[in-house]
Design a protein around this ligand. Structure first.
Ligand code: SF4
Length: 101
């Protein structure tokens, strides 16, 4: 299931997302916008898409549900990026340490 996330380091607390959909977004005085814990993302995704499109600093985005690996929460693409890392290996660069196999 998709979720909505707000980057609190980017949000400028303009309140527009709350104007667009106050069932999903909230803005408390002196804070950045938050996604309500009671938000139901399945109800009206059109409004959420509108808030994402109209946020002046692109602080809102869809995110896949959290993935837990080895008791650690990872971003959905984090493991994928790690899989794409290939360690260089060639006989010329490999070193042999005595006593180690
Ligand atoms: S529209 Fe964007 S910048 Fe404005 S309060 Fe919402 S998340 Fe923050």
């Amino acid at each position: 299931m998709k979720k909505v996330k707000i980057d609190g380091n980017v949000c400028i607390s303009c309140g527009h997302c709350v104007e667009v959909d106050d069932q999903v977004f909230e803005l408390l005085p002196g804070e950045t916008a938050k996604v309500k814990e009671t938000a139901n993302f399945e109800v009206d995704q059109t409004k959420i898409d509108q808030a994402i499109a109209e946020c002046p600093v692109q602080a809102i985005s869809w995110a896949e549900e959290e993935v837990v690996v080895d008791d650690r929460v990872v971003e959905p693409n984090e493991d994928q990026e790690e899989e794409n890392v290939v360690a260089p290996s060639s006989p010329e660069t490999e070193e042999t340490v005595e006593g180690e196999e």
